[in-house]
Ligand binder design. Structure first.
Ligand code: NAD
Length: 561
């Protein structure tokens, strides 16, 4: 049901080789928009909420319907403009131009506060797009599972001799993104204790095989976790509790936890559940007095984060998982909130420095065999890359598809264009039953400014410089992407990030091949430029190896004056 009590439609992307739009670009946008709202994919589809607290795919159901009609009518030389989930115009462009341009949740800097955003949202003037919800390239929890797996693998290499066997990880939040954590920990051989306040989220992760079991209470959870830890057996345990209560209690009992993190929706004080209310009360309080709700949420975040620092003081490996908990805890009065680092700074930055990031593709046919073909192509194309091969094998075995079959696969500069070519050839040859939509998360090497996450601790201090994501969107628009988006506030919350996304379609034509070559070369190239500019010499070296020009680098410099 919608908020007005009207039955909401159940949306699923069409499958198969027949399209209802006038080109595959428009059809891909249509299918991926609908796929974001597929009940298998979205966390609360009736409210158009895809993941990440209250991140929506369209502003209202009326806006959704209007987008669908506009996409069906859109010519191959036209572009649909979407302003925070609402279609606002169609303009004549050209066939290399994106079919859709999207701007979500952007506010003028002095107005970029939670209160102002909530006021404007309540007036129906904006919506929260997170990263891949409002830009129509969310592919379910699997979209984050490789990144989460790699993050825990990096933590294992740094502190635990390369494996999480015989370690206990404590985390919270089993939502759209956070639900990947238990599987990522067990894939690394460890034990995960996952605190979640909403029973339905625990159930969902059990049903999809991301979580092994649910404990009856805290005592049982600790007993199960310690048994498995001692035995060196991988196991993930869900515990129904509020993290702001459970984390301090687990610390108080002196449970030997090795690794601590958190993926509650702390980026949004109205999505984080304060410790002293149940879910129903939380919904009522949020409606009746948002200011008081936010104050209580920040206080709880302070308690939750203080327990994480307590674990840090006892020698655990502790990291922030990109959800703004530290910033919220500081607002709640906890001064040591930033004592532990964010996960990008701690583990992911070296990948960004190489232009690597969460590349992904979805089979618009809906046929899992099209993903099997693409897996084979990736294994063949990158046969020298052992970690990629290990990932594809694990994903094949353990990652269930949600909605349209899709694959996440971190690839870097050069590699993405090669993979795009392989996918286009699969369509051209008729082996794949329909085109692929090829995109990525906004959490990527050259597409985001987020001082508490992707750009935390840049060596030149340029953490808050937000020109890069704007350049990314402009560049992808100029390069032939099928749809391009610029967003504000994804990941760590309103006022704390600006980011951009692109999706390009492989429909097997020469035109698609030419566009893919440019988009998939240029998009990660900007990551090399961004990191080279910040002082990472390795990025500059890789840029040179890829024949990219950096006008003011030592290599290309030389005075003309
Ligand atoms: P979500 O809204 O789908 O899930 C959040 C979960 O946290 C919900 O299940 C909710 O019930 C639970 N929760 C809220 N308050 C709680 C509390 N006090 N105690 C226990 N559980 C509580 O959000 P998501 O998509 O899973 O994202 C989670 C966070 O991770 C967001 O802040 C998001 O911005 C961030 N994020 C991280 C990455 C990454 O790469 N790590 C990527 C995208 C987003």
């Amino acid at each position: 049901m919608t908020a007005e009590g009207v039955a909401s439609p159940v949306v699923r992307a069409p499958r198969g080789p027949q399209r209802s739009c006038r080109g595959w670009g428009q059809e891909a946008a249509l299918r991926m928009l609908m796929n974001n709202l597929d009940p298998e994919v979205a966390e609360r589809p009736a409210e158009l909420v895809v993941y990440g607290g209250r991140a929506r795919a369209a502003r209202t159901w009326e806006a959704f319907d209007a987008i669908v009609v506009a996409l069906r009518n859109l010519a191959n030389d036209e572009t649909l403009l979407v302003q925070s989930g609402k279609p606002v115009g169609v303009v004549r462009t050209h066939e290399w131009a994106p079919r859709v341009l999207i701007a979500n949740s952007l506010l003028v800097p002095d107005w970029a506060t939670d209160d102002e955003f909530n006021r404007l949202e309540a007036l129906g003037l904006t919506m929260y797009g997170q990263m891949t919800a409002g830009s129509w390239i969310y592919i379910g929890t699997q979209g984050i599972v490789q990144g989460t797996y790699e993050t825990f693998a990096a933590a294992a290499r740094k502190r635990f001799g390369g494996t999480l066997a015989h370690t206990l990880t404590l985390t919270a939040g089993l939502g759209g993104m956070g639900g990947a954590q238990p599987l990522a920990v067990t894939m690394n051989g460890g034990v995960a204790l996952c605190v979640e306040v909403d029973e339905s989220r625990i159930r969902r992760r059990l049903d999809t095989g991301y979580l092994d079991l649910e404990a009856d209470d805290l005592d049982a959870a600790i007993e199960l976790a310690l048994e498995a830890k001692v035995a060196g057996r991988s196991l993930s345990i869900g515990l129904l509790a509020n993290a702001a209560d459970a984390f301090p209690e687990i610390a108080r009992r002196g449970v030997p936890v090795d690794l601590v993190t958190d993926q509650t929706s702390a980026h949004d004080p109205l999505a984080y559940i304060p410790s002293d209310v149940d879910l129903e009360e939380a919904a009522r309080l949020r409606r009746d007095d948002a200011g008081d709700y936010a104050r209580r949420a920040h206080e709880s975040m302070a308690r939750h984060c203080a327990a994480m620092v307590d674990f840090l003081d006892r020698g655990a490996e502790v990291f922030d998982y990109g959800n703004g908990l530290r910033a919220g805890a500081r607002i709640g009065g906890f001064e040591r909130a930033f004592d532990y680092p964010g996960f990008v700074l701690a583990y992911i930055r070296p990948l960004f420095v190489e232009g690597r990031g969460p590349f992904r593709w979805a089979a618009l046919s809906g046929d899992p065999n099209d993903i099997a073909l693409s897996d084979d192509a990736a294994l063949e194309e990158f046969s020298e890359n052992e970690s990629l091969a290990r990932w594809i094998r694990l994903a094949r075995e353990r990652v269930a598809f949600q909605g349209l079959p899709a694959r996440i696969c971190w690839l870097g500069a050069g590699e993405r264009a090669r993979m795009g070519h392989r996918l286009n050839e699969l369509v051209r040859s008729g082996r794949a039953k329909a085109p692929y939509a090829i995109g990525r998360d906004h959490l990527d090497t050259g597409s985001v400014a987020s001082p508490y996450r992707e750009t935390e601790g840049m060596p030149d201090g340029s953490d808050a410089i937000a020109d890069w994501p704007i350049l990314n969107a402009l560049m992808n628009t100029a390069s032939g992407a099928t749809w391009v988006s610029v967003h504000h506030g994804g990941g760590t919350g309103i006022g704390r990030s600006i980011h951009a996304g692109q999706v390009a379609v492989a429909d097997g034509t020469d035109l698609a091949a030419a566009k893919l070559e440019r988009v998939l070369t240029n998009d990660p190239a900007l990551g090399l430029f961004r990191h080279a500019d910040a002082g990472y010499e390795h990025s500059a070296e890789l840029a040179r190896e890829h024949g990219l020009t950096i006008p003011m680098s030592a290599h290309d410099g030389g005075s003309l004056r």
